[in-house]
Design a protein around this ligand. Structure first.
Ligand code: EPZ
Length: 421
């Protein structure tokens, strides 16, 4: 397995381009199954999860055409099987996103039940209940979700999400796009990636209103046609590189991004002492050589502070002035990075869903292990500022969510290299 070796101490300074958003690209690729003609999706990030989704399409008989800029053309009419097999689904939970579109467009689907993952049990009961509300018959057996639309197709429905679920909202929105009649989703997720998906469905001729609020109304249409669509920028990649500059007391300008989709993160960075300026598609953070100040934060559904930035801010607090409390309210086990940071000398105490982080003057490089996508990013951030070398193992987690992370950090002056494992 590849490893990363990072020698800490370099104050980052430079400019990088932000890639397309993984968590918008995945539902948008799934939504191409709804079309009855070829659809092109651009600005896809070069990530393992994206190639997994493309591989899943290949297994189902759809041969995506990929151009040199990794724009993908998909024509779902060539689909041959409506089964998403376990050996692919187990590597990427977001495969569940093909369930709604397949039932809506082809009348049935068999998708392996995604297991739990490192950060929590990750149930999919809301995905299933939402489709049942639209008339689908669903059995879960042998580790597979077997879904069948009623005669005449799915029926529009009112559905209340008793927990805000990003992919749950996305799955039911996609199914509703081709259902008969109107659907109203209440307590829907408001994430920008949900809005990007709604815009894509509307670009194919759909009728989705209210995305970005907690009530989304979808008027089902008979067919969805071809479209060319460009995925939004990745707000979590954006936030991660801003924190990289903050922990090293440096400066970074991130381009091809959008400052309006991570306002809670920018507020916390200002509270930590960062000087932030923004433009239409760029953000510049400058610490002017200062050490960050510790911040308190509590994760919650958008527009509140995102759980996907929690680990990165624990890295910031670990070397900040003062003590910060970090409360994780979305997932039940998302502090694994803390125990790896202890190996680097971090002073962090976990009590239930709260991590109390007392900043130290210096972390020490050490061999550590990545456990999940964002946890591994936080280990990279800690290594950038630690004294000496840090060896990070199991970095396949990083490759799932960060395109060319070592090249982008090298462009900012970091001493980082990949060691093939
Ligand atoms: C999406 O996961 C993201 N993944 C996650 O990003 C992100 O952390 C998460 O939303 C929260 O923002 C993608 O978009 C591909 P949820 P998702 O359904 O949709 C409970 C990353 O790092 N729940 O919003 O799976 C669930 O247990 C990944 O890129 C149910 O109870 O998360 C959790 O407590 C990690 N029943 C809460 O809802 C369900 O049917 C929020 O989960 C579904 C979810």
């Amino acid at each position: 397995m590849d490893k990363l070796i990072i020698t800490g101490g370099a104050r980052l300074d430079g400019e990088i381009r932000i890639s397309g958003a993984k968590n918008a690209a995945l539902p948008i690729l799934a939504a191409t199954l709804l079309a009855d003609g070829p659809v092109t999706v651009g600005n896809l990030p070069h990530l393992h999860d994206i190639t997994t989704m493309i591989e899943l399409f290949g297994r189902m008989g759809i041969e995506p055409v990929i151009d040199e800029k990794l724009a993908v053309e998909i024509d779902p009419r060539t689909i041959k099987t409506l089964v998403a097999p376990y050996e692919l689904v187990k590597t990427m939970r977001a495969s569940i996103l093909v369930l709604g579109p397949m039932v809506a467009r082809f009348g049935e689907a068999e998708v392996a039940l995604p297991g739990g993952c490192a950060i929590g049990s990750r149930p999919v009961d809301l995905h299933i209940r939402g489709l049942e509300a639209m008339g689908a018959k669903i059995e879960v057996e042998g580790g597979y979700i077997k879904a069948k639309a009623p005669e005449g197709g799915l029926r529009g429905a009112h559905f209340f999400f008793d927990t805000v679920s990003v992919t749950g909202t996305e799955n039911i929105m996609m199914a509703a796009a081709l259902a008969n009649g109107r659907s109203v989703l209440q307590n829907a997720a408001r994430e920008p990636e949900v809005v990007d998906l709604a815009n894509f469905i509307n670009a194919m001729g759909g009728n989705v209103q209210g995305a970005g609020t907690d009530t989304i109304t979808i008027e089902g249409v008979a067919r969805l046609g071809s479209a060319h669509y460009r995925v939004m920028p990745d707000r979590i990649e954006t936030g991660t590189y801003l924190v990289a500059a903050a922990v090293t007391g440096g400066r970074v300008k991130v381009k091809d991004t959008d400052p309006t989709i991570l306002e809670a993160v920018l507020e916390k960075l200002k509270e930590a002492g960062a000087d932030i300026t923004t433009g239409e598609d760029w953000i510049e953070l400058n610490m002017h050589g200062k050490r960050p100040k510790a911040v308190n934060l509590r994760t919650a559904p958008y527009p509140a502070f995102p759980t996907d930035m929690q680990a990165q801010f624990i890295s910031l607090n670990a070397i900040a002035e003062g003590t910060g409390a970090v409360i994780e309210t979305i997932f039940e086990n998302r502090f694994m990075h803390v125990y790896e940071m202890h190996r680097m000398g971090a002073q962090i105490q976990v009590e239930g869903n709260t991590a109390i982080v007392t900043g130290v003057n210096a972390l020490k490089g050490a061999p550590v292990m990545a456990t999940d996508l964002r946890a591994s990013a936080s280990l990279v951030l800690s290594a950038l500022v630690a004294e000496g070398d840090t060896l990070i193992d199991r970095i396949y987690h990083i490759d799932r969510g960060y395109e060319c992370i070592e090249e982008k950090l090298q462009m900012l002056g970091a001493k980082i290299r990949r060691v093939p494992g």
